[in-house]
Design a protein around this ligand. Structure first.
Ligand code: SAH
Length: 239
């Protein structure tokens, strides 16, 4: 803990360590981040159908190696990517330079950035991150604070259900070896009604909750339908 933290940050150090270990292969579309690569195109299309990105200030909370940040920057957004793991951030910075993209990558929590920058962003993205923090509802509050009134927010995570346990944990980590074992903890998965309620408590209007079905064999993604395993949530902050 640094002197700047008056209270403990909403961070599990074991998670930061885990993602540090994945950093080197982050941009390998067939490596440990393969599912993120496979879902990225469809989720970006889903986002850009719901929010204007060109010229907009966008923050990506829990950006990792920058897969989403780069796609948003390519669409003309002014992107800030924040994460608490050093190595993915280093990979993200290096990759953006190689691609000629300007992205502001920072090691800071959403709570700290909200205290520092306030409601400075038109669009807030927090994808595949909430299931890795000790207090996800606190992250949702921070995301709401980061969003300007009238702005748009996107969250994604994994439902806590027997089906998710069987597919997203046992199937993906133990049977298919798609993700390293221990990537996801069942007790940290979040039911759609829990995320919806956290958003409402944070003063957000939930506009849409949509399932994201990923087929690891065909490597295809379908967004729509019930939030059975992976899902996306689209919210807005009232003006
Ligand atoms: N959002 C990215 C990466 C998802 S992986 C994408 O969808 O492509 C989850 C990321 O959340 C990791 O990079 C991890 O380091 C980060 N993370 C975990 N806890 C965090 C916290 N408290 N604050 C910021 N980032 C965090």
């Amino acid at each position: 803990m640094t002197a700047a933290h008056k209270t403990a940050p909403n961070l599990d150090p074991a998670e930061a360590k885990k993602f540090d270990g994945l950093a080197a292969s982050w941009w390998d579309p067939d490596g440990d981040s393969r599912p993120l690569h496979d879902i990225n195109g469809p989720r970006v299309s889903w986002i850009e159908a719901r929010a204007q990105l060109e010229g907009k200030a966008v923050v990506d909370v829990g950006c990792g190696g920058g897969i989403l940040c780069e796609s948003l920057a390519e669409r003309g957004a002014e992107v800030t990517g924040i994460d608490m793991a050093d190595k993915p951030l280093a990979i993200a910075r290096q990759h953006a330079v190689e691609r000629g993209l300007t992205i502001d990558y920072r090691k800071i929590t959403a709570e700290e950035l909200a205290a520092e920058a306030g409601a400075g962003f038109d669009v807030v993205c927090c994808l595949e991150m909430l299931e890795h923090v000790p207090a996800p509802e606190q992250t949702v509050v921070a995301c709401a604070e980061l969003c300007r009134p009238g702005g748009t927010l996107f969250f994604s995570t994994i439902n806590r259900s027997p089906l998710s346990w069987a597919t997203a944990i046992v199937g993906a980590e133990y049977v298919l070896g798609l993700l390293p074992r221990g990537t996801h903890r069942y007790d940290r998965l979040i039911r759609p009604e829990e995320l919806t309620s956290a958003c409402r408590k944070a003063g957000l209007e939930v506009l849409e909750v949509s399932g994201l079905a990923y087929n690891p064999f065909s490597r295809t993604v379908r967004i729509g339908g019930r939030p059975r395993i992976n899902y996306l949530l689209h919210a807005s902050k009232p003006s």
